[in-house]
Design a protein around this ligand. Structure first.
Ligand code: MLT
Length: 416
């Protein structure tokens, strides 16, 4: 049949709803537009967006970099696509080698965000791979696979055909059991968004063993590793022997250095990590990711990378520690308030997210509406993260102390 016009990527039409956070934004706007008084008292505990100022060490480094850019000698045009060596080596040394983990500078790829990296990595992986995700899950992992055509349609409950959903619930401590079935690509996120759960060394070792047995790749999202307070919990998947042969790790400066608006993150792709080509050859994926980077990306700005590198200075490290302490005290305040209201609370100890089981029989979106209209607090409905999140809601601890205290007082006063 002759086509009448250009075609679009029909996989996008399989996507069930708008992306979760813009959808929440729309609902909040429609409520506040018609309730201006409520708008003034609104407390946002929905999207996990940092609220506190950029560390002074970062600002100073960025100012200096801007001034350099104003001189002939210090001007920087296109930088290396993979990131400047000064930042890659600060990361490889500071986050890995100083902790006894083998990661080379050129295994680090600097980007503008883990969300982007998590979606972009699909460019270099085969389309026949069976994908497994935790449920509930950060929606980006699922949606980007739908967009890439790696799934069938969604069923009534919103689950996409072809994806293996690994249920996380209160019984398994929100850490999924190792599946009996084989999956090729497994997304793991610890500390977890949205549940705040962490995986023990043994649990991660079981996942590495699973990946080794099946020739799978673990896509390990460690964006919240700085929030780990329990010293027995691994910060990196590379703390598990064998992970360099089966895991990619995503990290971000968004939640530790306050870079959600500044944009800088990185991905670790070990050179020993291989996958099969269509002709059955086992090939490293590092050169493909490098090729993708150099072809589709021009790198993060010099000024931003200088700012990120300052997070590794003694001053930067102590400022990050203070930011984490600030948000984690909020988490404690909010956790206690929810517990006092009689609801069951999870997370919020090694992660900035508090995961709450709502009252029996009330859906996540009903809770969202009730919190918005009665308490004027924005939360994230658990079902927005997947079927297994139904009946739960997530409270973000990213806020000023004043707002966290006010939110806690309102949560305690709420009658369910
Ligand atoms: C969230 O609220 O889940 C996060 O802000 C998502 C993100 O980091 O992209």
């Amino acid at each position: 049949m002759t086509r009448l016009m250009a075609t679009l990527n029909s996989h996008y039409l399989k996507l069930k709803a708008g992306y979760l956070f813009p959808e929440i934004g729309r609902r909040v706007k429609s409520f506040t537009d018609s309730n201006p008084k409520a708008a003034a008292r609104l407390i946002r505990c929905g999207i996990g967006d940092v609220t506190e100022p950029l560390p002074a060490a970062v600002r100073a480094a960025m100012h200096t970099a801007v001034d350099e850019m104003g001189t002939n000698e210090g001007f920087h045009g296109y930088g290396p696509e993979q990131g400047y060596e000064f930042l890659r080596s600060a990361i490889a040394q500071g986050d890995y080698r100083d902790r006894g983990l083998e990661v080379a500078d050129d295994e680090i790829f600097i980007s503008d965000g883990s969300k982007c990296d998590g979606g972009n990595i699909l460019d270099i992986l085969g389309s026949e791979n069976r994908i497994a995700v935790m449920d509930p899950v950060y929606p980006v992992y699922v949606d980007t696979n739908v967009m890439a055509g790696h799934t069938g349609e969604a069923n009534e409950a919103g689950a996409y055909e072809g994806i293996l959903y690994l249920e996380c619930n209160a019984e398994n401590g929100f850490v999924p059991a190792i599946p009996k079935e084989k999956a090729d690509i497994i997304y793991l996120c610890f500390p977890n968004n949205p549940t705040g759960a962490v995986a023990t060394r043994k649990q991660l070792a079981d996942w590495v063993a699973y990946a080794q047995k099946h020739g799978s790749i673990l896509l390990y999202d460690a964006a919240y590793e700085a929030y780990i307070s329990d010293s027995s919990i691994p910060h990196s998947i590379y703390e598990i022997p064998g992970a360099r042969e089966c895991a990619v790790e995503f990290r971000s400066f968004s939640k530790n250095g306050g870079f959600t608006g500044t944009r800088c993150a990185f991905t670790v792709v070990p050179k020993g990590l291989t996958a099969l080509s269509s002709t059955g050859n086992r090939l490293p994926i590092h050169p493909l990711w490098h090729r993708r980077f150099t072809t589709k990306f021009n790198g993060v700005s010099y000024v931003t990378q200088r700012g990120a590198a300052a997070l590794y200075s003694p001053q930067g490290r102590s400022e990050v520690a203070a930011l984490i302490a600030h948000y984690m005290e909020n988490a404690m305040i909010l956790r206690e308030a929810v517990a006092a209201s009689g609801l069951k609370v999870f997370g919020g100890v090694n992660a900035p997210y508090i995961w709450v089981k709502g009252p029996e029989g009330v859906t996540s979106w009903q809770i969202f509406d009730r919190m918005l209209t009665q308490a004027h607090i924005v939360v994230t409905p658990g079902s927005g993260f997947g079927r297994a999140g139904e009946g739960y809601f997530r409270i973000s601890a990213f806020n000023s102390r004043e707002k966290a205290l006010e939110a806690a007082a309102r949560l305690k006063a709420l009658v369910w």
